[in-house]
Design a protein around this ligand. Structure first.
Ligand code: AMP
Length: 188
């Protein structure tokens, strides 16, 4: 089984993906994590993309497409992937289908974690006293949220049309969200 999980930055996608990974023995593929690793390792790609990521904009579809193909083509992960942070726009959603099809796989469920901008802001404010440059971070977080919203609508329609979309309320507790998600996965 392959899963797509999406939701705005700060929605708790990472936490929920980890729980799904443990419970259903999947492998998490977080494009944000992969890109940050390139930056930490100071690779050519990392140097090329650091300013884009730091400003809250999206990296090119080609770059992330190449990164995920390495995993989709690897037999170890065949039909055991949870995509976290990909696809972010319609081109990526179409490309994901194309790549999965190329390696004889498909998406079985697309989980959308819904969280309002107000809640995201509140979560950032709660963390504010713990971190430096919190105002900068708040601005970037809002930029990330609006970038996400702008691009994700056609992705939602794409999965709705293929009957794969399940919407989960991301405003409840971690364990409530997790058990709702588990139930949805178990029912496919
Ligand atoms: P995330 O950890 O998923 O919030 O991603 C952090 C940042 O990495 C994003 O703000 C983008 O700059 C970049 N990124 C992650 N995934 C993608 C993607 N699928 N397409 C383009 N850029 C991405």
């Amino acid at each position: 089984m392959n899963i797509v999980i999406f939701g705005p930055p700060g929605a708790g996608k990472g936490t929920q993906s980890n729980l799904i990974v443990e419970k259903f023995k999947l492998h998490q593929l977080s494009t944000g994590e992969l890109l940050r690793k390139e930056i930490r390792d100071k690779t050519n790609l990392g140097n090329q993309i650091s300013s884009i990521i730091n400003s809250g904009n999206l990296v090119s579809d080609e770059i992330v497409g190449n990164l995920i193909e390495k995993y989709i083509s690897n037999k170890i992960y065949k039909s055991r992937l949870i995509f976290d942070g990909y696809p972010r726009n319609l081109v990526q959603a179409t490309n994901l289908d194309f790549l999965l099809n190329k390696y004889d796989q498909k998406i079985d469920i697309a989980l959308k974690l819904s969280v309002s901008l107000e809640t995201i802001k509140k979560r950032i404010l709660e963390r504010k006293s713990l971190e430096k440059r919190a105002d900068d971070k708040e601005d970037i977080a809002i930029k990330r949220y609006t970038t996400y919203e702008k691009n994700i609508k056609p992705v939602i329609d794409f999965y709705k049309k293929s009957n794969l979309l399940k919407v989960v309320n991301g405003e409840t507790t971690i364990s409530q969200i997790s058990s709702e998600i588990s139930g949805l996965i178990e029912s496919i």
